[in-house]
Design a protein around this ligand. Sequence first.
Ligand code: HEC
Ligand code: HEC
Length: 211
Amino acid sequence: MIRTAAMAILFATSFVTHASEQASAKADPAKGKIVAETICVACHGADGNSMTSANPHLAGQIEQYIYKQLTNFKSVDGKPAARDNAIMAGMVAALSDEDMKNVAAWFASQKLKPEAAKNEASIALGKKLWRQGDFKKGIPACAGCHGPAGAGMPAQYPRLAGQFAEYTEAQLKAFRAEERGNDPEKMMRMIAAKLSDAEIKAVADYAAGLR
Ligand code: HEC
Ligand code: HEC
């Protein structure tokens, strides 16, 4: 019995390792750069450093997260896309699976020029939510999944450090309103549902200043 269980775990582990090795072996950032320079440049910058907060920074984002979002923006067989955004739906429509892997690898390999925290008065609240959450309200620490310094964790958890506060705030509100529902197991919708507007603003600003 014990041996079978151990073997099953071994098998599962080697399968996961193998699958992720395959994914990164396939991606070609040099080909992704061409996609970035021809299509994405207008809004995200060729190196993934965007000029305006409506368009998120992609530089230094987790590769698998970028790829997942691109597939989520795509409508498959006429069904609504998992992440509904008219602009990005148009952008991914013409991209192949290979293009999406390549461009994800390109942006993930670029260096982020990070934003900064701007609101001195809310730093303490933002820091508390980031590091400890709020036990009474049932809010977990953001650091638990997005990392102590907000760098994200491969493969599921995106980088939030240095992102535009306005973008982070908009996404938290979209999760709370269930307008964005592509988070696995409702992880973000359940957390955002418990956050007030003031808490969302504070934690988004704090994350912009994380390094
Ligand atoms: C016309 C402007 C525009 C262009 C061009 C564009 N994007 Fe976007 N992109 C956006 C906007 C706006 C959002 C934010 C969507 C939202 O609010 O949910 C976004 C979001 C994203 C996200 C989600 C990031 C995150 O942190 O979740 C990814 C990934 C992305 N874009 C990749 C790309 C790639 C790759 C290209 C080129 C093939 C591209 N975009 C071209 C405007 C654009
Ligand atoms: C249990 C794990 C978990 C915790 C804790 C968590 N997150 Fe997340 N978060 C996720 C996952 C998973 C995603 C990616 C969803 C997807 O695949 O689209 C995400 C995505 C996000 C996004 C979207 C980023 C983007 O680039 O579009 C924001 C913003 C965010 N989280 C903020 C927070 C904040 C703020 C906290 C703390 C209050 C927090 N998260 C706590 C798991 C978590």
